[in-house]
Design a protein around this ligand. Structure first.
Ligand SMILES: [Zn+2]
Length: 407
């Protein structure tokens, strides 16, 4: 099997395993499918002859491909096992279609189409094979394309003249707060620097992520029967709505782009006594990030003054920090990545990632970890698509990184 066929068959095999993460579960992994996928990958790694293969009770899988050049820096590759839950089907049924330039029908029965006018990124891939979902789910190239790339890379390393140690980690629950990367025992991943291969179309490189925090704001009101409600009832749902209305709509994800940060109201669960609101804070800039946290606290105060009989609790949790400062202080990973892409003639598109990666956690923990493309587009959407030739070029970048690091 050549590398292209191997990538495709691995991707279909991994996509068939349901592995949506579940933000409402406190366990790690948050869903059983991730453990199933972890066990399969560990078996395959054993079969490929990797050393130190461990799949633990948290569905964290690590292994190393021992190098032939002890002087080369040990490199890591990390990918996540979970697919995102955006309310679509957990069952992923990928299909390989030839794109001839006209709209692609993903699902005839449900009349779901991937339309060129709505997804102009498609135009670059006329005449090529692309993988899509059946329209009822995400494709999950985020991040199973990366898993397929890393697993295919292992066999390809044998064709190199030499390489250093290559460490591999597959972790659960990236999509729900980078939980797997936070729990990863770094003694099992002792590399000098690492790469995530997460998101992004051909050529895209991420050296900068958001700073991210999550606020849980609980509004405690007072319930009452309408017989005695006047002057007594304190409706927690209305307090939450008042709270949200203090924030500018122009400062939300649907109205921001590039390096702009935002507030994102994600979840509101309410009854007669209590309303729990989840608000996310995102900002590339450290000062802006702190200012946004202060703004949430200020609005909590304002609403508390408006409803003196209420109780309002705000709990702020930092989720991840921008990787930029870590990558600036140790630029080996980024320099090698650029060199690999230059060698392959792949144009670099450096973009600030409006999100986080497991690399944000690893970088903060001392392993500089930039991100490069899987080759897929439209992540977290039923219209996610993966052009095969972009997918192959991602593998070539990973292989070139290993080759150049030993040169
Ligand atoms: Zn991802």
């Amino acid at each position: 099997m050549d590398a292209r066929e191997e990538l495709i068959s691995r991707f279909f095999r991994y996509a068939a395993i349901e592995s949506q993460s579940n933000a409402h579960s406190p366990s790690l992994p948050s869903s059983p499918g991730q453990a199933v996928l972890a066990a399969l990958l560990a078996d395959e790694m054993h079969a490929l002859g990797l050393s130190n293969v461990i799949a633990d009770e948290n569905a964290i899988v690590t292994a190393v491909k021992r190098g032939t050049r002890p002087d080369a820096a040990p490199i890591g590759f990390i990918a996540h096992l979970d697919t995102v839950d955006v309310g679509l089907s957990p069952v992923v049924q990928p299909q390989l279609l030839r794109f001839e330039g006209s709209d692609l029908c993903l699902n005839r029965e449900e009349n779901i189409w991937l339309r060129v006018a709505e997804h102009p990124d498609l135009r670059a891939w006329v005449g090529e094979d692309i993988i899509v979902s059946d329209g009822t789910s995400v494709l999950g190239a985020d991040n199973k394309a990366a898993i397929a790339i890393i697993m295919t890379l292992i066999g390809q390393l044998d064709h190199l003249e030499g390489h250093g140690d290559v460490f591999i980690a597959f972790v659960p629950d990236e999509e729900i707060g980078l939980r797997g990367a936070k729990a990863l025992d770094l003694a099992r991943f002792p590399c000098a620097f690492a790469y995530t291969i997460d998101c992004c179309g051909l050529g895209e490189v991420v050296l900068e992520t958001f700073n991210a925090a999550s606020c849980e704001i609980v509004f405690k009101g007072i319930s009452a029967h309408p017989m005695s409600a006047k002057g007594n009832l304190l409706n927690p749902l209305l307090m939450a709505v008042d709270f949200i209305s203090q924030f500018d709509r122009d400062d939300m994800p649907e109205n921001t782009e590039g390096r702009e940060g935002f507030f994102w109201f994600k979840d509101l669960v309410a009854n007669d006594t209590e309303a729990a609101l989840t608000a996310l804070i995102r900002d590339f800039d450290d000062t802006g990030f702190d200012r946004r946290k202060a703004r949430v606290a200020e609005v909590v105060e304002l609403i508390a003054r408006r409803y003196p009989a209420a109780d309002i609790l705000n709990t702020v949790t930092d989720t991840y920090r921008n990787i930029i400062s870590h990558l600036a202080s140790d630029d080996r990973a980024a320099a090698l990545l650029f060199k690999a892409m230059d060698h392959l003639g792949i144009e670099k598109k450096i973009l600030p990632m409006r999100g986080g990666t497991d690399g944000a956690v690893l970088s903060a923990r001392g392993i500089p970890t930039p991100n490069f493309f899987t080759g897929a587009y439209n992540f977290h959407s039923r219209y996610e698509f993966l052009p095969i030739s972009a997918f192959e070029r991602s593998l070539r970048v990973a292989l070139m990184i290993c080759r150049l690091s030993a040169a």
